[in-house]
Ligand binder design. Structure first.
Ligand SMILES: CC(C)=CCC/C(C)=C/CC/C(C)=C/COP(=O)(O)OP(=O)(O)O
Length: 480
């Protein structure tokens, strides 16, 4: 085997390639955070914990140190520091094991089979031995609290977390100027602020650079085939994501937004000029008032975030559109949306269009009304009962071109691909006018789980069908 430092790099890369979300500390490879999902059929199923890993100089001959960042109630994990009873790993560790084994074997085993006879959390061990049902109840109740802590750590410590994929260099993540509830993160924030104070940017992370380079190679190969210019997404499955993980509904939508930022990043890197998302339909107003309110709050918060200096919008010069009946939105959301459109109107980068308070029929009706108002033609006697035009002045009639000019999508080409996540195969009143020649796809992952792999697969599917689509496009024209 190669030198210990090469082995460290390889193992970390392998972990990243195995879909673990990894964030390095101070851009080194000695210390990093990994998101760990509670194993199925354990009391921790559905939970996500941020785990801090430190590789000793003697790694892989010596085992890594492991600590939970957000709290976990477990007999072999110290409740205050989050450190794991190392015996569990040390006694079985051999250089044959790697980091993937830690997350796929050691930690799942630890959570599935706690050992109360060698405790780091004496209270948990005692309760487990004394009253097993009460212990199980307490673990589950505390999981819910600790997950909130995870959400907080996530939402306050990162800006562009690509789900299920290696992270970008940490300097791309804007760090908050607040204390977060764990000393490791506080130390990280302080160190970064210290570096900033001395006018130094943290060193770029070598692994992230390698990953970005690999991504670029991948995209170059992909671009040998025809690339879509416009991809539209129906971001379905956010509530189900939250439900399956037993966390509050809004968390699903929050993670869904992070998926959106990752997808925008990848589309930018691939040269896809237009990205459109269905964020909130007019029908969604029929949901429970508290759900509508929390979605509106989230949308407002995320729009504001998109306008922050370090956001993906500013970084890549995205232009943002909001399509829909914006007058149906509450004033703060509408104002935020309008501000985002005005602020990015002159940007020349990719175009992100967000459909809110939107349905296609509403869009078409608004376009018809606008066309009519513009042409101010007589509405009476426009067509007879046989459907024949009886307009006296044919120039007064609304044409396809008029209508297209007045659709929300006027300055945007029709989507090449429409992706509805979560396996649903309906358009649900989304871009009905614009999608007659789009390639529709309904991959199984829920929107928050949708990853680069799924995106690449969707483009490959599109490339397979492209000659046929082109032929259809050549033969089909929207007629008056
Ligand atoms: C600023 C901006 C673009 C914010 C977007 C935030 C975001 C991800 C919104 C998604 C909203 C939504 C109703 C998705 C559908 O999932 P669902 O709630 O219907 O979940 P389900 O399909 O599991 O029921």
């Amino acid at each position: 085997m190669s030198s210990p430092s090469k082995r460290r790099e390889m193992d970390l890369m392998k972990l990243m390639m195995s879909d673990y979300k990894v964030e390095t500390v101070n851009d080194g490879i000695q210390e990093f955070f990994v998101d760990f999902h509670g194993p199925s059929e354990s009391l921790y199923q559905g939970g996500v914990w941020r785990v801090r890993v430190e590789l000793p100089d003697a790694y892989p001959y010596k085992s890594p140190s492991i600590g939970f960042v957000n709290k976990i109630y477990h007999p072999n994990v110290d409740e205050m520091s989050g450190s794991v009873c190392l015996d569990v790993i040390n006694q079985t560790w051999s250089p044959m094991f790697d980091l993937v084994n830690v997350f796929e074997v050691f930690l799942p085993q630890l959570l599935l089979y706690p050992n109360p006879s060698d405790p780091l959390n004496g209270e948990a061990a005692a309760l487990m031995m004394r009253d097993r049902p009460a212990y199980e109840q307490k673990v589950k109740a505390l999981n819910e609290n600790h997950l909130k802590e995870f959400d907080y750590i996530w939402s306050s410590s990162t800006r562009l977390p690509p789900p299920l994929l290696p992270t970008l260099p940490s300097y791309m993540y804007s760090l908050p100027r607040v204390s977060v509830p764990h000393r490791n993160l506080v130390i990280k924030v302080e160190k970064d602020l210290e570096m900033e104070k001395h006018g130094r940017k943290p060193e770029p992370n070598i692994l992230a650079s390698v990953w970005r380079f690999l991504r670029r190679c991948l995209f170059l190969v992909l671009a040998l085939g025809p690339m879509p210019n416009h991809i539209a997404f129906i971001m379905d499955g956010n509530r189900r994501y939250a439900k399956r993980r037993n966390v509050k509904e809004g968390t699903g939508h929050g993670v869904g937004f992070t998926t959106l930022t990752s997808i925008c990043q990848y589309c930018y890197e691939m040269g896809v000029k237009y990205v459109t998302v269905y964020a909130f339909s007019i029908d969604n107003f029929k949901r429970k008032p508290e759900e509508v309110q929390s979605l509106m709050d989230l949308i407002k918060e995320k729009i504001d975030e998109l306008l922050e200096e370090e956001s993906i919008v500013q970084k890549y010069g995205f232009r943002i559109n909001f399509w829909g009946s914006l007058d149906l939105l509450s004033e703060p959301v509408r104002l935020a949306a309008e501000k985002a459109m005005t602020h990015t109107a002159n940007n020349t980068g990719p175009v992100l269009s967000v459909c809110v308070a939107y349905t296609s029929t509403n869009e078409i009706m608004r376009a018809i009304k606008k066309s009519c108002a513009r042409k101010s033609f007589r509405t009476q006697g426009y067509v007879n009962c046989d459907g024949e035009s009886v307009c006296e002045d044919i120039n007064g009639c609304v044409t396809v071109a008029d209508l297209e000019e007045n659709l929300d999508t006027a300055d945007c080409p029709d989507p090449d691909i429409v992706i509805r996540t979560s396996g649903e195969a309906r358009l649900s009143n989304f871009l009905l006018w614009q999608t007659s020649l789009s390639h529709l796809q309904n991959p199984n992952p829920l929107w928050p789980e949708f990853s680069l792999r799924n995106l690449i697969w969707a483009i490959l599917e599109y490339q397979k069908i492209y000659p046929y689509l082109e032929e259809r496009r050549r033969l089909t024209k929207k007629e008056n």
